[in-house]
Design a protein around this ligand. Structure first.
Ligand code: CMC
Length: 434
């Protein structure tokens, strides 16, 4: 739906179209602004800028609503699973029985890793951060699929279904494999009859000749966690995937860049940062009240709190807060037995009742409880962002597809800037410089 508004610059009035999304969000369409007025817009961090039209994910940050392809996240977390929701997010509709079966089988059948790629994985030192390794391996993976990793856009679209399942399958295999090499254990391949998450836990933790028994509640907790992470519209890593893809780069390279963008502690690295923060508070024997005072003085941030879009409780955090409780009891323990969970609950209670956090609309985000759950599952802390990347993979794939298949062919992402450097000056030879 489109309408128009007038924007006045001095004594000139510029008529600009307004785009209205299906949920009623209004956007001023400034695509001709510069050519018609000479002005550009300034929006540091793109907080008010829509970079694309997208039919994948809807967020109402004020109300705390998140929907994938129209389905509320709470309903999907309750009734769907990671692989089914991945299909939904990528292709737009829930799969029929045969489509889901075929998608699952293709993911299972693509789990093998080329021997030469295995030697690249084995070549990383055990101290390498798993996100650095994952990004490098995803890009290297494309080299083993020349027909899928061509930058010929038509070929990329024609091979899309295959590439998507290769990536969803191999991100799991590469994550587990790099953990095995780091810990000196032999590589384990997935088993028929196990679902995506059961297989991941098997590939991470089984011993040769002695497969682990995966508790269904534990596999379900991981599945829900991955499902909640599938997509989150134009966040930092997804915008990176679209930006890299907008230059014409293939899907392997685009998602590899997405991993790099996700790694930072303000984004997907926050789950690792939350656990480090909780551990440090406990190790110092610091009171939660004292820590909150330091946050309020600006000495540090309360990791796992705040969000660019949510000005309400992140709906993913609500689901994970309940999951944290369930997972502790699935492990045969009580919340009080986990000192980090106890500290997290206290921090949440104090922050939610404190004016500093209330006035800034700072609520727990998805990362506040996800680290607690992953730690209970025995995942090493520096692998937490890798799990985020596994969950986000279908979202990146869906967003790349939407961009690549846009009827316009999609424009290259190329923001402008406001130059604030030196005006023109002239070269001074080295000997004459003061
Ligand atoms: N702790 C303390 N103060 C905070 C926090 C926090 N976690 N987050 C924001 N603020 C304050 C900030 O100091 C500022 O206060 P003031 O107006 O007095 O200067 C105000 O709130 C607005 O903050 P901002 O940095 O301008 O907000 P933003 O939208 O640019 O940043 C954010 C969003 C997520 C980077 C930020 O909230 C943050 O650093 N949070 C901690 C890291 C984190 O948990 N990240 C995970 C995000 S969810 C997963 C994902 O999608 O990646």
């Amino acid at each position: 739906m489109k309408s128009e508004i007038n924007v006045t610059f001095g004594n000139r009035t510029y008529k600009t179209p307004v785009i209205i999304g299906t949920e009623g969000e209004h956007a001023v369409d400034i695509r001709k602004l510069r050519s018609e007025t000479g002005f550009i817009t300034y929006d540091e961090g793109y907080a008010n800028t829509g970079s694309c039209e997208s039919a994948i994910t809807f967020i109402d940050g004020e109300k705390g609503i998140l929907r994938f392809r129209g389905y509320p996240i709470e309903e999907l977390a309750e009734r769907s699973n990671f692989i089914e929701s991945a299909y939904l997010v990528i292709y737009g509709d829930l799969p029929k029985m045969g489509e889901l079966e075929d998608f699952r089988n293709r993911i299972l059948l693509n789990s093998g890793i080329h021997e030469a790629l295995r030697s690249i994985v084995a070549g990383f030192p055990p101290s390498a951060h798993p996100m650095a390794a994952l990004s490098a391996m995803l890009n290297a993976l494309g080299c083993y699929y020349p027909e899928l990793s061509s930058n010929d856009r038509q070929q990329g679209i024609a091979n899309f279904d295959h590439t998507a399942t290769v990536l969803i399958s191999k991100v799991r295999a590469l994550a587990a494999m790099s953990h095995r090499y780091r810990t000196g254990l032999p590589v384990v391949y997935p088993r028929r009859g196990f679902n995506y998450c059961e297989n991941f836990l098997h590939m991470m933790f089984s011993y040769p000749g002695e497969d682990i028994q995966v508790h269904p509640d534990i596999a379900k907790a991981l599945d829900t966690l991955l499902l909640l992470h599938i997509d989150h519209e134009q966040n930092c890593s997804t915008s990176t995937v679209r930006m890299v893809g907008s230059g014409g780069a293939n899907l392997f390279t685009s998602v590899s860049a997405g991993v790099c963008a996700l790694w930072g502690p303000r984004h997907g690295g926050a789950n690792q940062a939350v656990i480090e923060m909780l551990t440090e508070i406990n190790e110092r024997g610091e009171s939660v009240e004292n820590f909150v005072e330091k946050v309020k003085k600006g000495e540090c941030r309360l990791m796992g709190f705040g969000h660019r879009v949510y000005k309400n409780y992140d709906p993913r955090a609500k689901v994970l807060s309940r999951q944290a409780e369930k997972i502790v009891s699935a492990m045969g323990a009580k919340e009080a037995d986990d000192p980090l969970l106890v500290t997290a609950r206290k921090l949440e209670e104090i922050a939610l009742n404190d004016d500093y956090f209330k006035s800034r609309n700072l609520y727990p985000n998805v990362d506040f409880y996800s680290g607690i759950i992953l730690r209970e599952l025995g995942i090493p802390v520096d692998m937490f962002p890798v799990i985020f990347a596994m969950g986000r993979m279908p979202g990146w794939i869906a967003q790349w597809r939407e961009m690549a298949m846009a009827p316009s062919g999609g424009k290259i992402y190329r923001p402008r800037q406001i130059y604030v450097g030196e005006n023109e000056r002239h070269f001074v030879p080295l000997t004459e410089r003061e």
